[in-house]
Design a binder for this molecule. Structure first.
Ligand SMILES: Cc1ncc(COP(=O)(O)O)c(C=O)c1O
Length: 409
């Protein structure tokens, strides 16, 4: 007898997932027919013409790669060897070089962007520390909770941003971390905190390092904006404090922003262990997590980064281009604060000058954000986060006039 077949559709019954809050805004922006629309929501760098440029060093590296016959073969599970060698150095400095104190205490693997670095880190950590909790700053990048939850972790939050001072709420942060259990995982932003733009000072990093060590916590340092804060080396200062305290930690690096290689998906996950055995074991487990996720990472973007960093001239050009992006962001912060005052805004926005990187919490509330979008075609994330790198000299006047009118209404 033929078995009964059901005509019910299993897929028809599944719920629709909510759209990503930031990428959803991008779709709305793209559909907006107003010609003077301004997008300050998505986290990509834009130049003075409002475009996300291909860096000159990347263009030249691609020409070199065409000639070199790099090919399209699979990479090993842990990625492009020349890229990995350079990524170690970029994140941990000279200590990671052969013979340096960290040389045999690091486990580093290439990943498809910083997102996959976080996901591989999360899978690796969950396999080894299944009863730990992950602590995220309140607020943090919207994807952090999803990534760590998907790996199976419960999430806790620690206070971070003080809305009154527009700065770091260190005492409440340390109080909350004081409640974390041993081997709980604490996600920190190395620099250019997303979404607030607020980073700890050197002295504050010391106190954070002390509590992480005293409570035997495992830091996961998200390093998505190296070079966008104070400089490529300067931006590792906090991370270096944690390393100097002897902490075992994970770093999740992204080369999307500082090389402008967004769509090529270039990142790296790095574990700093206290012993060579710990580093070897961590690398084996990371490779196991990668194999189960995507087998091996993509070649092209990593080959571009390796070509740039292995060529003295291209490396110097890249460093200059990073300085150029950082200076432009800084100049936009200054112009924005000045223009708001010129448009009669009496609220003090000078806190924007203390914040680092592409993002700032503007302090605009949900109603004001909605009004900017509906009346002025200016797109800002609902929580008031603005991407300063989306501003240009040409759009500044219109932007500040619109904000002044929304604040006055
Ligand atoms: C804090 C933070 N971490 C990680 C990422 C992910 O970077 P990627 O685009 O390289 O996956 C981003 C990207 O916006 C970010 O802002």
């Amino acid at each position: 007898m033929a078995s009964a077949t059901s005509t019910e559709s299993p897929l028809d019954a599944i719920p629709v997932a909510p759209p990503d809050p930031i990428l959803g805004l991008l779709e709305a922006f793209q559909k907006d027919a107003r010609s003077d629309k301004i997008n300050l929501s998505v986290g990509v760098y834009q130049n003075e013409s409002g475009r996300t440029p291909t860096l000159e060093c990347v263009r030249r590296a691609e020409a070199k790669l065409l000639e070199s016959g790099e090919g399209h073969g699979y990479l090993g599970i842990d990625g492009h060897p020349a890229f990995v060698a350079r990524a170690r150095r970029l994140v941990f400095g000279a200590d990671a070089e052969p013979g340096g104190p960290l040389a045999d205490r690091l486990a580093v693997a290439q990943t498809p962007g910083g997102t996959a670095a976080l996901r591989v880190a999360a899978d690796f950590l969950h396999a080894q520390f299944p009863s730990s909790r992950v602590w995220l700053s309140q607020p943090t990048w919207v994807n952090h909770a999803k990534i760590f939850q998907s790996a199976g972790f419960p999430i806790g939050e620690y206070p971070y941003f003080d809305a009154r001072s527009h700065g770091l709420d260190l005492d409440r942060m340390l109080d909350a971390l004081g409640q974390a259990g041993p081997r709980d995982i604490v996600c920190l932003h190395a620099c250019c905190h997303n979404p607030t733009g607020v980073d700890p000072s050197a002295a504050e990093w010391e106190r954070i390092a002390d509590i992480l060590r005293d409570r035997n916590l495992i830091p996961v340092v998200d390093f998505a904006y190296q070079g966008f804060g104070d400089g490529l080396d300067e931006d590792s200062a906090g991370l270096n404090r944690l390393v100097a305290h002897g902490l075992e930690l994970v770093v999740c690096g992204s080369y999307s922003k500082n090389f402008g290689l967004y769509g090529e998906r270039v990142g790296a996950v790095a574990v700093r262990a206290r012993t060579p055995r710990g580093a070897g074991a961590a690398l084996s487990q990371i490779k196991s997590a990668i194999r189960a996720n995507y087998s091996s990472p993509p070649r092209h973007g990593a080959a571009i980064v390796a070509t740039i960093l292995n060529d003295a001239e291209l490396d110097a050009l890249w460093r200059d281009e990073v300085v150029g992006m950082r200076r432009r962001i800084r100049a936009m912060r200054e112009l924005f604060v000045r223009s708001l005052a010129e448009h009669g805004v009496d609220q003090d926005f000078s806190f924007l000058l203390k914040q680092r990187g592409m993002f700032s919490f503007s302090g605009l509330n949900r109603m004001q954000v909605d009004e900017l979008r509906s009346r002025h075609a200016i797109y800002i994330v609902d929580n008031g986060r603005i991407n300063v790198a989306g501003m240009t000299t040409a759009t500044m006047d219109r932007l500040c006039r619109a904000i002044a009118s929304v604040l006055a209404s």
